[in-house]
Design a binder for this molecule. Structure first.
Ligand code: PMP
Length: 290
């Protein structure tokens, strides 16, 4: 595997960053997870745009233009002969000193890894998964805004550990007011009275790119889409529920906190959206090969 670091390509064994990088020392950096389907990078521009928004929010100067970054992502896929897979794009604050001060980090580092990913077992996609609400709440906007896709994922990791300890692979995170925010690595949707609903970004959800794609597909096929605040009660009484994420794609949810959702099987709206999403990935994206 060839890994891009700051303009050069390294073998997996030699692809290393400094122990003084503030990405490692403090989680000071940002990232994106991007998918390639059928030899195209899906929604590349959207991911790059979000990366630049995260960078702006943490006052990090990405040392490349958006165009150069997009070319580097495509080139990394090409060098790894990737047609279908997952790309991790990371920008760290760079090498500094042991103190917190980010001004000591003169050169942010850009890392691109193009690999494969399988987040959940195949049966989750066919039969649906069970998830639970966990005690760890989503970070406050005024503390660390959940819209920033930062390298500091401990909030999500703690929630994931709580889910794992309870025998589940994903967790619903509420915000400090008790409204549903999202899951540890996925956005959440429900179907209620035929409408597709997902928590508003202000509730503490990431501006999910799969979330946006699903909302666009749903609107185009005549579904009503809303972003109200949702409580656990709303989830329990939903007709259908599913999660979205670049890595996870669309995963049906059939049980929440011990309550069956709908009839306990992936519902018709979810199944239709899954098919429409995969159809879109066949025709859309930045070509990797000429
Ligand atoms: N929420 C969180 C916390 C995430 O980390 C992610 C990405 N894995 C998502 C939602 C889904 O976002 P996207 O569809 O852009 O991958």
């Amino acid at each position: 595997m060839k890994i891009y670091i700051d303009g050069k390509y390294y073998d997996e064994r030699t692809a290393k960053i400094s122990v003084f990088d503030h990405g490692l020392l403090y989680g000071d950096g940002i990232f994106e997870g991007i998918r390639a389907y059928h030899g195209r990078v899906f929604k590349l521009k959207e991911h790059i745009d979000r990366l630049f928004c995260s960078a702006k929010a943490i006052l990090l100067d990405i040392p490349m233009t958006a165009e150069a970054l997009m070319k580097a992502v495509v080139e990394t896929c090409r060098r790894n002969k990737l047609r279908d897979g997952y790309i991790r794009l990371v920008v760290t604050r760079g090498i500094g000193t042991l103190g917190l001060n980010p001004n000591r980090c003169k050169n942010p580092s850009v890392i691109i890894i193009a690999d494969k990913i399988q987040l959940y077992p195949p049966e989750f996609y066919q039969k649906g998964m069970e998830i639970i609400t966990v005690p760890t709440v989503r970070s406050l906007h005024s503390a660390l805004n959940p819209a920033i896709k930062s390298l500091n994922y401990l909030n999500n990791i703690l929630a994931k550990i709580e889910a794992n300890n309870a025998g589940c692979e994903e967790a619903i995170m509420l915000n400090a007011e008790g409204f549903v925010a999202e899951c540890t690595g996925d956005n959440l949707f429900i179907v209620k009275e035929g409408k597709l609903l997902t928590p508003p970004l202000s509730a503490g959800a990431l501006y999910g790119i799969t979330r946006k794609v699903v909302m666009e597909i749903a609107l185009a096929s005549g579904l009503e889409v809303g972003e109200p605040n949702l409580t656990r009660y709303d989830l329990f009484n939903a007709e259908e529920c599913f999660l979205t994420g670049t890595g996870a794609e669309l995963v049906p949810v059939v049980k929440i906190d011990g309550r069956l959702i709908g009839n306990g099987r992936p519902g018709p709206v979810t199944r239709r959206l899954v098919n429409q999403y995969h159809a879109l990935t066949k025709t859309s994206g930045e070509p990797i090969y000429d």
